[in-house]
Design a protein around this ligand. Structure first.
Ligand SMILES: Nc1ncnc2c1ncn2[C@@H]1O[C@H](COP(=O)(O)OP(=O)(O)O)[C@@H](O)[C@H]1O
Ligand SMILES: [Mg+2]
Length: 254
């Protein structure tokens, strides 16, 4: 298993209040898979990703990546990279420098750095825009920079926290196609967080539906369609309709 999460729990303690954000959560992700954590706001998705990335420490439970236990390792020692909803680009740096950042802090030699940055910018379709600043880019382009910045360090696992929720609908659909293409082309293992069931169904090899920090159901999109286990699952997927018929042709949007 590429990612193995065992009995992960996170309790936030603030003065007299305790919040159980993640409640005995276990998950296995195979190499090359895209798994989405799907659930409404506040169900614990971001907290799970932050514990995998090392920004937050678990109250109990453990996380293994490629068989190696992550507990206690600082974020920069973990073989993961994260893409945020807010992009979190460095505003005063060019596209090139934003993407190069992770390689500079790892002291990658200049020639190799240039080659790796150029290669990944090509992959996400941003070649020619190296010198621009983030404020000279559209929302979609900024998110591509964020994606390139994460991918350039060759993470074993890519963590995406609702990366497309700030961009408009038509572009969002394009970015979904793009992330699927990159997953296949680069053999990426991706943990993708979303509250959008349509996005989860389009992207996922496996969907993990979460409520109050717990797994309600997990399976392929097909398994969810065919066998929603509880009323909660049916309700949550309520926006999706099953259509009977035959698929004749797929037309690309945009
Ligand atoms: N640093 C924190 N301190 C206290 N409570 C937190 C903190 N971070 C998250 N929470 C709480 O944990 C729960 C899960 O939050 P989060 O993981 O951000 O959910 P999601 O990403 O699914 O919207 C929420 O109830 C949230 O208020
Ligand atoms: Mg969140």
């Amino acid at each position: 298993m590429q990612v193995s999460i065992r009995d992960l729990t996170k309790i936030f303690k603030e003065r007299r209040r305790e919040t159980v954000a993640v409640d005995h959560f276990s998950l296995e992700v195979k190499s090359g898979q895209l798994v989405t954590l799907l659930g409404s706001s506040g169900c614990g998705k971001t907290t799970i990703l932050r514990m995998i990335a090392g920004f937050e420490s678990p109250s109990s439970g453990s996380i293994f990546i490629s068989g190696k236990e992550m507990n206690g390792l600082p974020p920069n020692k973990r073989p993961v990279a994260m893409v945020f909803q807010s992009y979190a680009l460095f505003p005063h740096m060019s596209v090139f420098e934003n993407v190069a950042f992770g390689l500079r802090v790892r002291n990658v030699p200049r020639k190799e750095l240039r080659e790796r940055v150029e290669k990944i910018l090509q992959k996400v379709g941003l070649n020619g825009k190296e010198k621009r600043g983030p404020n000279q880019l559209s929302g979609g382009e900024q998110q591509r920079v964020a994606l390139a910045r994460a991918l350039v360090v060759n993470p074993e696992v890519l963590l995406c926290d609702e990366p497309f929720s700030n961009i408009d609908q038509s572009l969002r659909i394009k970015m979904r196609e793009e992330i699927k293409r990159l997953q296949k082309e680069l053999g990426l293992t991706i943990l993708f967080v979303t509250h959008d069931q349509e996005e989860a169904f389009y992207l996922s090899d496996k969907i993990v539906l979460i409520d109050s920090g717990k797994i309600i159901q997990e399976g392929t999109p097909k398994e969810f369609y065919e066998n929603p286990k509880t009323e909660f699952v049916k309700d949550f997927l309520g926006g999706l309709k099953k259509v009977n018929g035959e698929l004749v042709r797929v037309v690309a949007l945009a």
